[in-house]
Design a protein around this ligand. Structure first.
Ligand code: NAD
Ligand code: TYD
Length: 339
């Protein structure tokens, strides 16, 4: 079995590669990643030592290069993680989001049609459903919730989902889609809430909380997401959408306070800054379908997962220090100074 994983030098894709190399030692694992600011080859250092793993520095929008890889490697399964993934960046510059997230998805599916695969899996997000009101804790996103996006990021992901569904219906492409809630864990790029707060707290820097910090996200340990995708690509039904989430809703401010407490840092580091434009209030997934149909349940409790994650950042400064001292410095300056 040959599995082609796009975006594998990023956060979730790399965790998925390590999960697969361990679980399926007889599979050939290919990673296609163009190494944008969010892709990091050092993340794949251990994978590179595995004889079943191969890395291709290729843009998923580059049709002829993608076709060459399919022609030579003949993947059976394709899992598309590659994307521009940060909401704040999509507000600043939507264009690259449309290119990679929509056009890139099309190129990958065209390659699948041309060369034949047994399954194409699109890694999507709960953000395609928009947000839920904070005073209606009884409401959750199901697979039937209408698409109702808020940011250029979520709109581009929703467009890709619709394209996947159309390729399944029109061309019979064997395809599945998963829509997961917010992930956390090792190799999470420092621009996102949890790693940003851990790294800033470790460096005694201000912790910039948007608005009042009352927005709610439904956090899932990244390995549980990988396990869900594993089940979907092996046992899920073609043409189906599966929501993934662990019923773990938390307010942003509570997460930041928890990080301060764990690291023994004062809450006076917390700084309330201008809110994100169009900021989604609450995400909450109903994972009944994947639980009932595929037997998936989240295994890592948030209290354990967050400790493991904080410890990982404490022990892996060699991974994040080069990131925060490089181009990221300019990004941080632009996004957070005078906010
Ligand atoms: P990430 O930003 O950490 O990684 C994205 C990876 O894709 C990087 O390695 C980058 O180099 C690569 N990439 C970007 N553009 C590319 C292109 N044109 N060609 C080839 N490679 C390219 O993202 P992530 O957090 O790991 O998210 C992975 C996927 O999961 C995305 O599709 C995202 O929408 C989805 N998702 C993320 C979350 C989350 O909480 N992070 C939750 C649900 C769904
Ligand atoms: P983020 O990690 O960007 O994920 P998403 O927007 O895709 O859910 O943000 C998670 C939440 O944290 C979101 O409500 C925005 C908020 N946030 C802050 O308050 N401060 C920050 O510096 C960042 C990056 C996010």
């Amino acid at each position: 079995m040959t599995v082609l994983i796009t975006g594998g030098a990023g956060f979730i894709g790399s965790n998925f590669i390590y999960y697969f190399l361990k679980k399926y030692p007889d599979y050939k694992i290919l990673c296609v990643d163009s190494l944008t600011y969010a892709g990091n080859l050092s993340t794949l250092e251990q994978a590179m030592k595995n004889k079943n793993f191969r890395f291709f520095k290729t843009d998923i929008c580059d049709r002829s290069e993608i076709y060459k890889i399919f022609e030579n490697e003949k993947p059976d399964i394709v899992v598309n993680f590659a994307a521009e993934s940060h909401v704040d960046r999509s507000i600043e510059n939507p264009e690259i989001f449309l290119k990679t997230n929509i056009f890139g998805t099309q190129v990958m599916m065209d390659a699948c049609r041309k060369y034949g695969i047994t399954r194409y899996h699109q890694v999507s997000t709960d953000e395609v459903y928009g947000d839920l009101p904070i005073d209606r804790p009884d409401l959750f996103f199901t697979e039937e919730t209408p698409i109702h996006t808020s940011s250029p990021y979520s709109s581009s992901k929703a467009a890709a989902d619709l394209l996947v569904q159309s390729y399944h219906r029109t061309y019979g492409l064997p395809a599945t889609i998963s829509r997961c809630s917010n992930n956390y864990g090792p190799y999470h790029f420092p621009e996102k809430l949890i790693p940003l707060m851990i790294i800033n707290a470790l460096n005694n820097k201000p912790l910039p909380v948007y608005g009042k910090g009352l927005n709610i996200r439904d956090w899932l340990y990244v390995e549980d997401h990988c396990k869900a995708i594993d089940l979907i690509i092996h046992k899920g039904k073609s043409g189906e959408v599966y929501n993934i989430g662990g019923h773990n809703e938390m307010k942003n401010i509570d997460i930041v306070k928890l990080i301060c407490k764990y690291l023994g840092k004062p809450e006076s580091l917390i700084t309330f800054v201008a809110d994100r434009k169009g900021h989604d209030m609450r995400y909450a997934i109903d994972p009944t379908k994947i639980r009932n149909q595929l037997g998936w349940i989240p295994e890592t409790k948030f209290s354990d997962g967050i400790k493991k994650t904080i410890e990982w950042y404490i022990n892996n400064e060699k991974w994040w220090y080069p990131i925060i001292s490089g181009e990221y410095k300019n990004y941080y300056e632009k996004m957070y100074s005078n906010r």
